[in-house]
Design a protein around this ligand. Sequence first.
Ligand code: PLP
Length: 378
Amino acid sequence: MDLTFNHAFDHVTRSGIRRFTEMVRSIPGSVLLTIGEPDLDTPEAVRAAAKAALDAGDTHYPPNNGRPALLEAISEFEARKNGLHYAPDEIILTIGATEGLFISLFSLLNPGDEVIIPTPAFSLYESITQLCRGTPVPLPTEEHGFQIDPAALRAAITPRTRALVLTSPNNPTGCIYSRETLQTVHDILKNLPIFVICDEVYRQLVYTEDFTSFSAFSDMRDRIIVVQSYSKPYAMTGWRLGYVMADRPVHDKMQIAHQYAVVSAPAFVQTACAEALRYDTSADRALFRRRRDYVYGRLTAMGLEVQKPDGAFYMFISVKKFGMDSLTFCTRMAKEGKVGLTPGIYFGCEGYMRLSYCYSDADLKEGLDRIEAFVKSL
Ligand code: PLP
């Protein structure tokens, strides 16, 4: 019997990063620097809040978008910490930023609508766009120091453009968009019916004072969606929690998608989510900053070309001078040098590899020693 499936799957495959990581993991004795997940534990107070909620029987359906007290806490946190002003009824607690991105794009796209994705980019945007029957439009940033080239953005916009994704700090480069870049993007988009999806899941891992969010442009508030996550700042990747913030018309569409996809985030984690917002992330930020400086120092001493990142926990390293594509280079390095980095092609940018420095100091040192030995052997 010929079974047919949704043609939206025709172009979407399993995450290349995960497949590559599994390959490296199968090599005995290899060191992995591939995954974007803090090596820390979820803070004690956050774990305790979830345990207490479970013991208190907090196991029934909560409100779809999250408990009022939590939405209030998120609203207050965003105003105090990030200067964003979203009322509790403009916020939805989601199953990670992944669901946040899904319901954002699902709410906006009709078949054939285009989403501009500055590359290199986290592969999720392209896959979700395709699952929503939209068309991803890559916007290369490599030649512009990973900032957006105004001419290229103008050229990418068509009558079908529905959204632009801005990831700052960025995965895989760790770069943040400058004030000038954002101002230019704003000036190009301000009178167009195009949404801007601000993926700011690394916002609390910024190592400069000079961070600007596109959501600061309040004149475009009706076209901005901010996507947040508990995964990275609080080492809560396995909890699968995040939130989205947006003006009511788009929020109201997203809440319908959210309701029919997941009903709500789990009940007993919601007090833990409020507790996480009270956690002081400064020591973790200092730790990642110290690792960044160490890794950057080692890579440049090896003669490798990399832009010093201002946030997140990634470095995007050029391998162009070795005359191999990124998959060949990273596969050889994994097999011969026993160290795994992610090929840039999985982020839509050839000639690079991504190093994740959210690993222990010992793993980072060992991994960098192996990169150095492999590069010397070429
Ligand atoms: N956005 C970016 C830029 C990411 O790097 C990730 C995870 O690596 C996500 C979204 C998804 O995060 P979550 O764990 O909250 O689904």
